[in-house]
Ligand binder design. Structure first.
Ligand SMILES: [Zn+2]
Length: 257
């Protein structure tokens, strides 16, 4: 209906535009792992591997480029296969399965009955009572987000204090492209993080918090920024190396297939 109305308003010249635009994003008919995403800002057709969704996005720079983009995706089929098949094995949120938590393997347990979910560090188990199988993954995820928020909030305040800066809001969500981001508003830093950092070893989570807090001083990745970063966190090099090497593994956590 929206397409029809805008068609009336904008006249014949752009008749097909708004209608087709509304259909994005959509999946390839032959290959459900391929999703076409419209980007008005993009200047050319490109492919992006989405680790946590375990799919490939075809970035389409404008509706008119769609048939070309489809052809491009077909031509790149082998590359797409290699990329997706080389992803680390999925670690689904299913009772009995193992996932990474603070860098260690923890088993997911679903005891019958009600009760609060909890994490047993001595037994390396994540215990999540669940009334039914469908709600189990969501409960595990919310528990991890809660743990992540707690650790990341504490770490953010710790490093900000070292730099004599203030952190306002700390949010934790599933941002697929970055481990953290930081914006300064009215002299206060607002930092958001990926919940997946709680699955990495604690020193890696600490590093990302230190990195984002260093952005409270410098809003770029200049030499001055890295100097600040090194002044509050010892082993920047090893931490970045770990993230580069294991990032895809963190994105496999909670993946279903
Ligand atoms: Zn940064």
């Amino acid at each position: 209906m929206a397409g029809f109305l805008s068609k009336l308003k904008s006249g014949n010249a752009t008749m097909r535009g708004p209608m087709v635009k509304d259909q994005f994003p959509f999946r390839d008919e032959d290959d459900p792992r391929v999703l076409y995403v419209l980007s008005e800002r993009a200047r050319r057709i490109s492919l992006k591997v989405k680790n946590s969704e375990r799919e490939v996005h075809v970035v389409v720079p404008g509706v008119r480029a769609l048939s070309k983009a489809k052809q491009f995706a077909r031509e790149q089929r082998d590359w797409i296969d290699v990329q997706l098949e080389s992803l680390p094995p999925p670690m689904p949120f299913r009772p009995g399965e193992y996932i990474l938590f603070q860098g260690q393997e923890y088993q997911l347990i679903s005891p019958p009955g009600k009760g609060r979910p909890k994490i047993s560090r001595s037994r390396q188990k994540i215990i999540v009572p669940s009334p039914d199988a469908e709600s189990f993954p969501g409960r595990v995820r919310r528990l991890l987000i809660r743990e992540a928020r707690e650790e990341l909030t504490a770490a953010s305040h710790y490093y900000a204090e070292k730099l004599d800066k203030r952190v306002g809001k700390v949010s934790v969500r599933d941002q697929s492209s970055r481990w953290g981001s930081c914006i300064t508003r009215n002299g206060e830093g607002h930092i958001s993080y990926s919940w997946r950092l709680i699955c990495a070893p604690p020193e890696i989570l600490e590093y990302v918090a230190a990195h984002e807090c260093a952005h409270l001083v410098h809003d770029d990745h200049s030499k001055a920024f890295w100097d600040v970063c090194h002044s509050i966190y010892d082993d920047v090099k090893n931490a970045t190396k770990w993230l580069n090497k294991n990032g895809a593994k963190l994105h496999a956590i909670g993946a279903e297939f």
